[in-house]
Design a protein around this ligand. Structure first.
Ligand code: PMP
Length: 361
């Protein structure tokens, strides 16, 4: 029998796939709008598409287990030496590697209430204990998180911006937190949505790595780079930390198509800028509509926004019947809220119209 700590895990609930809703409701797939998984509504970058077409020719070979090309490109872009870069099958893989490498049964991982669901999952999967610190204004309360660190703490997880609340911590607050952390505690700064930050809010966590060898910055190609289906993410940190993660990592954890696409996507500045601009416009479109409907929403720095609708599950189901998939977040302790990813303008409009019909009845 599996240990009790495994049986205590509640599985991750992904966004409902379009094909499943089409089948359940007898809807045409093309008529369904999915705003449930913080994906890029523009699809993938044209450069990544070309790279995939080339890489398809070589699928009989194993991928480059060290991801040389992608690491070299990331190193050039970030200034972090290749020895300080670990690649993952999505950044989820990196988060899981962290848990497997730095936590033991009985150890503790400090994380925030309403923070990304994979932190407690990865923690519990290795028999460690998630220490959930109450959120402040739906964001991370860094003072309370620092106070929650004990001799048993192996890892602190911080999502910035956070999913599903969209909250954001300015760089100076993060730095002050790092100053307080004992060096034996690994601080994971999860920057899955960092590419969407406006220039005014940008901070240079990579520049802090030399000062804080216990910092690991994680990022992903799933969001602004539009490669969610290929699964590729990475961690940037001290070479010693990365070496340990690489010992635990599966030898070929990132596949050939993902490596090729991510390397190409990294060089497609135009696509990235287009994605961020579209996101900003869509965010305005949605929040203006929420305002007009007198709905509360949480200011978001990501590619999604969380809105208070009453009974989240009922509204979620009613939206499904309208062919619109969003994300209920009762499992994040927010049963009155729904998380909506920013889509194309017409997708956002479909959601708003459906929401109006559902809420007005
Ligand atoms: N961190 C955060 C905060 C996220 O929201 C997500 C995606 N839902 C991830 C990490 C993981 O993304 P991926 O595994 O696709 O890189």
């Amino acid at each position: 029998q599996a240990p009790a700590y495994i049986r205590a895990i509640s599985p991750y609930q992904p966004g409902k796939p379009i094909s499943e809703l089409a089948r359940d409701m007898g809807l045409v797939e093309a008529s369904i709008v999915k705003l449930a998984s913080n994906e890029n509504p523009l699809g993938i970058s044209p450069k990544a598409k070309e790279a995939i077409a080339r890489a398809v020719q070589d699928l009989a070979r194993y991928p480059d287990g060290n991801g040389f090309e992608l690491k070299a490109a990331l190193s050039e872009r970030t200034g972090v030496p290749m020895s300080g870069i670990v690649l993952g099958n999505g950044s989820n893989d990196v988060l899981e590697l962290v848990a497997r490498t730095f936590l033991t049964p009985g150890a503790e991982a400090v994380l925030s209430q309403h923070a990304f669901a994979v932190y407690p999952l990865a923690t519990m999967a290795v028999g460690a204990k998630p220490v959930v610190v109450p959120a402040k204004d739906f964001g991370h309360d860094l003072d309370a998180m620092a106070a929650a660190v004990t001799d048993k703490t192996g890892v602190v997880f911080i999502a910035n911006p956070n999913n599903p609340t969209g909250s954001f911590l300015p760089g100076d607050r993060l730095q002050a937190f790092l100053e307080k952390m004992p060096e034996r505690v690994l601080v994971v700064l999860d920057e899955a949505y960092t590419e969407y930050l406006p220039d005014a809010d940008r901070y240079d966590a990579i520049g802090w790595l030399t000062r804080f060898p216990n910092l690991l910055v994680t990022r992903t190609f799933s969001k602004a780079y539009g490669l969610a289906g290929l699964r590729v993410g990475y961690g940037l940190g001290d070479a010693g930390v990365v070496d340990l993660l690489n010992r635990v990592r599966q030898p070929f954890n990132v596949n050939s198509l993902a490596l090729a696409a991510a390397t190409a996507a990294l060089g497609d500045e135009e696509f990235l800028a287009k994605s961020a601009a579209l996101n900003q416009r869509g965010m305005n479109q949605l929040t203006r509509a929420f305002e007009a409907m007198s709905l509360s929403w949480l200011p978001s720095w990501g590619n999604f926004v969380t809105v208070k609708v009453g009974d989240g599950d009922t509204v979620y189901r009613a939206l499904l019947a309208e062919g619109v998939i969003v994300r209920p977040i009762a499992s994040y302790g927010m049963p009155e809220w729904l998380r909506v990813s920013i889509g194309l303008p017409e997708e956002n409009a479909r959601f708003i119209d459906a929401l109006k019909r559902v809420l007005v009845g």
